[in-house]
Structure formats: structure tokens, C-alpha cells
Design a protein around this ligand. Structure first.
Ligand SMILES: C[S@@+](CC[C@H](N)C(=O)[O-])C[C@H]1O[C@@H](n2cnc3c(N)ncnc32)[C@H](O)[C@@H]1O
Length: 243
């Protein structure tokens, strides 16, 4: 997943996502503006777009991801930063850490979600904050994923990304999505892969984070920061402190 052409075209397919505004929201949510010389960890950093925005405001972020192809894009974008698919390459304790844009939702079992949270726990210093986001089970149930198509121009020509949900196959808030890349002029399917995405409930994520040892856990509305997350909303954020 997140390899080859999908990694190379990832930024184009998400060109409408404003990473600069997102990092302002992270800085504000975690109270980072009060500190200087911070170093953070981005778990599931993808193509390094959050890291790049953090650099612009003087905060250094290292990035971990399991996709080498996503990391190749991240390294090209941020030559001075550390990106790796090997967790041993990261120093033990960061000032803060985060895992955003559905990385938690790609962990479909409790054990995988706990593994991610444990990594954030051990790699964040005492009194440091972590921030996660996820699909929201109540919101996604009310308004399940629909077929979407988006076409971008690339060096390969016009490429359409189709996301095809299989709602008959969804159980326990896990949604199978077939993601295809289709070459427009030849109609050739360049890539077709199944992504399983889990919509978690804020309550469940809170419980898992407590099990891992986090404290001061709060659910955040990352879209409208001053409002509580409603049942109809598709995503939520969650912030927690390492004791
Ligand atoms: C939807 S992308 C989000 C990337 C990036 N955070 C962003 O905001 O653009 C999900 C990323 O999470 C990575 N990922 C998912 N599960 C992971 C895991 N258990 N360990 C490391 N990376 C993971 C994928 O390889 C992919 O790059």
C-alpha cells in the first residue's frame, strides 16, 4: 500500500488539503507556541507534507513511515530532515508526536492500534503530547463512504484515482475500499489495491490510550476547533499526555 505510482501521485491527489492550516491547528492544540527548539515525530509521515510545514515555522520533525516510496518523496521535499521506515533510527524521546490523516484508521485491529500508540508513548518525552486522528465510527455509519473519482495531470498523462467502497463487506466499522489508478487515455488500470480502513469511536481510542498509559486525554474537533465532535462528523482528533 502507498507504493509506486500511488506514492508518486499522492501529493497531486491531495493538493486541496491545506497542511499549513493543519499544522497551525496542531501547534495550537498541543500548546507548542510556548516553546522553542522543539523536535517532533510524525508517525505515518507519508510524503512529509506536515514535516515541511513545521520546518517553515522553525520546528523540526522526523518522519517514520512503512512505505519507502512515500519516504522517497518526503526526503526529496525535505533534504535536511530524517525519514526512515526503521523505528530504530529514531532517537528515544521527542518533545511531541503525532499521527495524522487516517494513519490510525489504517490500523484495523486493536492490537495494531495499540502498537502504534505504544510507539508514540515510548518515543515521546514525559509531559509531552501526542495527537492522533481517525475516522469517526458514528459519523461514517450515518454517511458511509461513496465512490469517488479524481483526475490529475501527471508526467504519465491524466490519471484518475477511483475509490470504490464495498459496503456489503464492511463489518465492525472496517470499510474495504478498492483504490484504482486508471490511465485516462488508454483506460489501463495502473494499480488496484484493497485498503481496509477502520472507523474508531472516540471512546474506544480513549480507552486504548489509557491502557497504554497516557493521561489527560481529550477528544478534539480538528475541523472546528472550538466545537465538540458531533456524531455526524466523519473525523475526530485525540490528544493525550505522556505522564
Ligand atoms: C493516508 S496516508 C497519510 C500520510 C500523512 N500522514 C499525511 O498526512 O499526508 C497514511 C500513511 O500511513 C502509513 N502507515 C499506515 N500504517 C502504518 C504503520 N503501522 N506504520 C508506519 N506507517 C504506516 C502509510 O504508509 C501511509 O503513508
Amino acid at each position: 500500500m502507498f507504493n509506486g505510482n500511488y506514492a508518486r501521485l499522492y501529493d497531486s491527489f491531495h493538493a486541496n488539503k491545506d497542511y499549513s492550516i493543519e499544522i497551525q491547528s496542531i501547534v495550537h492544540s498541543l500548546g507548542l507556541e510556548k516553546f522553542s527548539n522543539l523536535i517532533g515525530l510524525d508517525f505515518g509521515c507519508g510524503t512529509g507534507l506536515h514535516a515541511s510545514e513545521f520546518s517553515k515555522i522553525g520546528i523540526r520533525v522526523d518522519g517514520f513511515d512503512r512505505s519507502e516510496d512515500m519516504l522517497a518523496v518526503a526526503r526529496k521535499r525535505n533534504p535536511g530532515l530524517r525519514f526512515s521506515s526503521n523505528l530504530q533510527d529514531f532517537k528515544k524521546e521527542y518533545d511531541f508526536s503525532y499521527s495524522l490523516f487516517d494513519v490510525l484508521s489504517y490500523q484495523v485491529t486493536e492490537e495494531d492500534a495499540l502498537d502504534l500508540m505504544r510507539e508514540l508513548f515510548v518515543r515521546t518525552k514525559s509531559s509531552g503530547y501526542v495527537l492522533l486522528d481517525s475516522w469517526n465510527s458514528a459519523g461514517v455509519l450515518q454517511d458511509p463512504p461513496k465512490l469517488t473519482e479524481r483526475t490529475v495531470e501527471s508526467s504519465l498523462g491524466a490519471i484518475t484515482r477511483k475509490v470504490i467502497p464495498d459496503l456489503s463487506g464492511s463489518e465492525e466499522d472496517i470499510y474495504p475500499l478498492t483504490i484504482q489508478l486508471i490511465h485516462q487515455s488508454s483506460n489501463e488500470i495502473l494499480m488496484s489495491e484493497l485498503h481496509l480502513v477502520r472507523a474508531w469511536s472516540p471512546r474506544k481510542v480513549e480507552d486504548l490510550m489509557l491502557d497504554v498509559g497516557f493521561k489527560d486525554i481529550s477528544v478534539l474537533n480538528l475541523v472546528r476547533p472550538n466545537e465538540v465532535v458531533q456524531n455526524f462528523e466523519w473525523r475526530f482528533g485525540i490528544k493525550a499526555k505522556k505522564p
